[in-house]
Every structure is written in C-alpha cells, then in structure tokens.
Design a protein around this ligand. Structure first.
Ligand code: ING
Ligand code: ZN
Length: 268
C-alpha cells in the first residue's frame, strides 16, 4: 500500500492530517480526488506554503488496492477487499470473496445492523476485527502517530454528505458540537466553489447505523477528535460511475473544504 507523506521536516510535533481514499473499490471519484489533493500539496505548494510548512500530511490514495484493481478488470461495482472466505464464513457452497473494509475496524465491531456475518454479502464484516491486511496496516500506522494526527478524513462516494461519528449508534459524541462546527466550515468552503449541496450530520442519522467504520475507530480508539467520512458526489444520477469530467470540479471543491478546516490548526 502506498502512502505519501508531505512534510518540510523540522519540528516533529507539527499537527498532521490523514486522508485516505479508495477504501471501497468502486468509488472511483475518491482516489481521483485524493490524487487532486496530492497535486495541490506537491506541484502547487507555492500557492499555499503555510499549509505545507506548518502541517504534515499523510495521504493514502488507494486504501483497497486489490479491490480497486478488480473493479477495473472484472466487476465495475465491486466494493470489498479480495480475500477468500473459508467454508465456515460463507452460508452456501459457492466460493465468496471480500470483506467490507468499512465494517472491519476494531471498535464496536459486529454490533447492530448493516454489518453481515455472511461472507457472500457486500457488507461482510470479516471473520474478526482487522482480519484484512489493509485495515490492519492503516490502523497500525495511525496508532503510531495518533497524538500528531489532528484530523482523520476518509473519502467515499456517493451522496454528497459530510458525516460525523458515530455511525455505530444514534447517540452523538460528547464533543459533537466542536466536530460539527469545524465540518460546517468545510462544507461552507466547499459549497462556495460551485454551489454543490452537502448534508452534514452523523452516518446513523443521515444514512444508516453500522459498526466497524474507520471514522468511528479513528475517534473512539485512536482518539483523533476531528474524524470524518466525506461522501463525494453525486446524489445518485451517475452514482459510483461518475463521468470523468467531474474529477476536476470535485477535486477543486473538496480541496477548498480541506484547506478551510486545516486553517483551524495553522492560524493560531
Ligand atoms: N458509505 C458508508 C458505508 O461504509 C458510512 C457510509 C460511513 C457508514 C461511515 C458508517 C460509517 O457504508 C459508503 N458509500 O461507503
Ligand atoms: Zn464507501
């Protein structure tokens, strides 16, 4: 798995921001948007030097590389990883593949609805938390830097929503207000670019209750206060198969949002 660190070095206690994309294979706008963000951080760093000088960036553009490859070669709408289930994990004779990497994180794993124990479903939670090498590697990396990382962002699609934990239950974290206020800044900056409408709230309230998501783990276990899932465009007319001409505008508006929330940690 490839990870880009963008840093000017120097002090090692600068705030850091983590961004991952492509945890779900078919959500192609996500790796494309993360790539756009990498372009801004590396090639266009002179346009926003303060964001590079005072923050370290950890960026993983393709968090589910086997699934991503499979969605290109064989099944455009593949969601999960590509690990092969054992006979005990599936409910029939057919071979089944893949674990939903956004149900596999070790925080209230397997609780509640929208997370299946059947390996043949799209929301299979896996045989145990962090059964997948992808989620295991990401979580180990993040835990090693949990005090430095101030914002955890994971980009998914689709539905144009800025999701705040919790996803595993209806209640809100006790510092939900702070999380909401920062997210609101991001959404405002995003909407100012070309008027794209985003909804802001918890996954449980806007979509469905489901456990084992990465944002819940980043907040509940790693203790990263500002942890969000961003559901990129659109709202369903193209769904996962967003036309390529949307890559640049989605990149622009998402980057505007990320710049705006990052300033919370750079403007003293
Ligand atoms: N949606 C997310 C999913 O994993 C989500 C929604 C986010 C649920 C965070 C729970 C926590 O189902 C997509 N499109 O993947
Ligand atoms: Zn997703």
């Amino acid at each position: 798995m490839k990870l880009l660190k963008v840093s000017t070095g120097g002090e090692s206690n600068k705030p850091a921001i983590w961004i991952d994309g492509g945890l779900h294979a078919r959500e192609w706008i996500s790796p494309a948007t993360v790539t756009y963000i990498m372009l801004q951080l590396v090639e266009f760093r002179d346009l926003h030097p303060e964001l590079i000088d005072s923050v370290d960036w950890y960026i993983m553009p393709v968090a589910n590389p086997d699934g991503y490859e499979y969605s290109h070669s064989t099944d455009r709408l593949w969601r999960k990883t590509r690990s092969r289930a054992t006979a005990e994990q599936r409910w029939g004779r057919r071979a089944c593949y893949g674990v939903d990497p956004n149900r596999n994180w070790d925080f209230h794993w397997g609780e509640g609805p929208a997370s299946s124990s059947n390996a043949c479903t799209d929301d299979f939670r896996g045989p145990r938390p962090f059964s997948e090498p992808e989620t295991k590697a990401m979580s180990d990396f993040i835990l090693n830097r949990k005090d430095q990382i101030k914002i955890y962002l994971t980009l998914h699609s689709y539905s144009q929503m800025w999701l705040v934990p919790w996803g595993y239950k209806d209640e809100k974290p006790k510092d939900y207000y702070d999380m909401y206020i920062l997210a609101e800044k991001g959404v405002e900056a995003l909407e100012a670019v070309r008027g794209t409408d985003y909804l802001l709230g918890t996954a449980a309230e806007l979509l469905y209750t489901s456990s084992g998501g990465s944002d819940d783990w980043a907040k509940g276990v790693a203790g990263i206060k500002y942890s969000y899932t961003i559901e990129l465009p659109d709202t369903g007319s193209h769904g996962f198969v967003l036309p390529a001409h949307e890559i640049e505008p989605v990149g622009q508006e998402t980057w505007a949002a990320i710049k705006s929330i990052t300033r919370h940690f750079t403007d003293a």
